[in-house]
Design a protein around this ligand. Structure first.
Ligand SMILES: [Zn+2]
Ligand SMILES: [Zn+2]
Ligand SMILES: [Zn+2]
Length: 144
């Protein structure tokens, strides 16, 4: 993860920003909670443990900034809040999410599996696919 922090530092510097302790704490929190799909308030509560003086507005702006820089991506699970997750490789397509309708657990599918569909869409519509957001709704193995 040090590579990610280094490239983020470079990236921020190019854009005239600094990796302040608050920004660093926000990013660290997301890295430590990878796969949990936390929303802004949940991230704020965790960052506060490291940085008690931090305000919600600072966390909110940091998340926006990291999203603009493609360090994070936004995730909408249709529950009325915006969640964030780490973009481990910005050239990769997003992984898919399986959402359990009983326990609301979110399971990640790392394989893309959409290459055939993407090829066909690109050919038929002369459209270049950069990414996608795929959610499957159903019942998880624990709730079956
Ligand atoms: Zn894809
Ligand atoms: Zn379940
Ligand atoms: Zn995810």
């Amino acid at each position: 993860m040090e590579n990610l922090i280094d490239s983020l530092k470079e990236n921020l510097k190019d854009k005239g920003y600094k990796l302040t302790p608050q920004r660093r704490a926000t990013l660290d929190t997301i890295i430590e909670n990878q796969g949990k799909h936390l929303n802004t308030e949940e991230i704020y509560d965790l960052v506060k443990e490291k940085c008690p003086e931090i305000g919600l507005a600072t966390v909110y702006r940091t998340l926006q900034l990291l999203d603009e820089m493609s360090i994070l991506s936004k995730l909408n699970l249709d529950d009325g809040c915006i969640r964030y997750e780490l973009n481990t490789n910005e050239n990769d397509h997003q992984h898919h999410h399986l959402i359990c309708q009983k326990c609301n657990d979110v399971i990640e599918v790392e394989l893309d599996l959409l290459e055939t569909l993407e090829d066909e869409i690109e050919r038929k519509h002369h459209f270049v696919i950069k990414d996608h957001s795929v959610k499957f709704y159903g019942i998880c193995s624990k709730c079956k």
